[in-house]
Design a protein. Structure first.
Length: 275
């Protein structure tokens, strides 16, 4: 089975421009992200999917420099970009992992992919997001290429195109869906924010990498990060006011499988956020 991990990445983030190229432990954030995906054992191929815009040439340059395949596609239609990247690399299944997850644990990637691989004859989609349980920033979604083709052909609403997979997980009556919960029994999805969208998210990631990254342990896992945050609550506090903030909050009226408990707005006045 050809399992193609597609890491979507662009420089044009409106809230934190060029975030994928910001330095973490001396290397671009996107490179640190790729290191973690490469440490997983299940993927057949890793592809950075960027836009066709000239502004994203630095992303293509980085992909070439670290020996990762790169696909350039639609700037805002992520469903189209994932589908066409899957076709380009003859995927049986596409794994969607956004580039804002530079602390993702490779064992989580393997666990979600394995769940799909061992049940591919009876599943169209597997994720660890519905409901979420891992710390935010461990997003893994596996989509069979036939289901992805159907979504690509039929999805019409802008948020379905921008976010790739809502068309699938909103239609459980049509598609065979599964979810992988964190085996720890914990749910830290709304309390631990390890993703990057704002400047304080970046400062949090820098603090974690400065404390834990080393040549002997470049891909430290969930347990080490949790231990660090228990010892250093000052690090946890850097972006804690953003915990639970995600794109769902803008589409609660349109989403059937998401409710208000799965998202929130920033606990600080939005005017104080550094974009």
């Amino acid at each position: 089975m050809n399992i193609v991990v597609v890491i979507q990445a662009r420089t044009g983030s409106s809230r934190l421009p060029n975030k994928v190229l910001l330095p973490l432990a001396g290397r671009p954030l996107l490179q640190r992200m790729v290191e973690r995906v490469r440490a997983a054992s299940r993927p057949s191929e890793i592809v950075i999917a960027t836009t066709s815009l000239a502004a994203d040439e630095p992303v293509r340059d980085l992909a070439r420099s670290i020996g990762v395949r790169c696909f350039s596609g639609h700037p805002t239609d992520l469903l189209d970009r994932h589908y066409r990247a899957g076709l380009e690399y003859q995927a049986d299944a596409v794994v969607k992992i956004p580039s804002d997850c530079p602390l993702i644990d490779p064992t989580v990637i393997d666990r979600v992919i394995e769940h799909y691989q061992t049940r591919a004859d009876r599943l169209d989609y597997v994720s660890n997001l519905h409901p979420a349980s891992y710390p935010d920033g461990h997003d893994v979604e596996v989509i069979g290429i036939d289901a992805l083709e159907t979504a690509h052909r039929e999805a019409r609403q802008p948020f379905e195109r921008e976010h790739t997979t809502p068309y699938l997980w909103e239609r459980h009556e049509r598609f065979r869906l599964a979810n992988v919960l964190w085996g720890s029994g914990l749910d830290l999805s709304m309390s631990h924010r390890w993703t990057i969208d704002y400047r304080d998210d970046y400062l949090f990631l820098v603090a974690v990498y400065n404390a834990l990254h080393s040549e002997n342990d470049p891909v430290f896992g969930i347990s080490k990060v949790l231990a660090l945050l228990n010892e250093r609550p000052d690090i946890a506090a850097i972006n804690s006011y953003l915990s639970g903030v995600n794109w769902y909050r803008n589409h609660l009226a349109e989403l059937r499988t998401i409710d208000a408990s799965m998202t929130r707005t920033a606990m600080r006045n939005p005017s104080t956020l550094l974009y």
